[in-house]
Unconditional design. Structure first.
Length: 135
């Protein structure tokens, strides 16, 4: 089986996005939405960038009703889980309320950055919540 890779959102200010497909991707497209429409069985990897504010969140996602594609993407996700650690703690900057989320994952690299004082940036941005790796 061959997996194809297509870079998306080359000029996006926050992230670097890559799409993986089992078949050669249908191109050309004018943007990410059109790519997803033309290639519905894709696996998307959005890699957060390190900025002056900290490290942006990365995400792995797919949306498919193709059982064969879903089986492959689950294997990729399972492999990624073995390479990462589970759990983050999010603190509301205004109220101080904390909540642990086990479903979030992080890499050793992100953990090393946090240990060196780099802030982890939540999906809502750097102002509303503070993210800590682990519990």
């Amino acid at each position: 089986m061959q997996i194809h890779c297509q870079r998306l959102s080359a000029n996006h200010p926050v992230s670097f996005e890559i799409a993986f497909t089992l078949d050669p991707p249908l191109l050309p497209v004018k943007g990410n939405i059109e790519f997803i429409d033309k290639n519905p069985d894709q696996l998307g990897l959005q890699i957060g960038r390190r900025t002056k504010n900290g490290l942006e969140e990365s995400t792995l996602s797919c949306r498919t009703d193709n059982p064969a594609a879903l089986e492959v993407w689950r294997k990729v996700a399972d492999r990624l889980k073995k390479m990462t650690k589970a759990g983050i703690t999010i603190v509301n900057r205004q109220s101080g309320d904390k909540r642990f989320y086990r479903s979030f994952r992080y890499t050793k690299g992100a953990e090393a950055l946090e240990g060196n004082g780099v802030e982890m940036i939540s999906p809502s941005g750097p102002t509303k919540q503070q993210v800590f790796l682990g519990n």
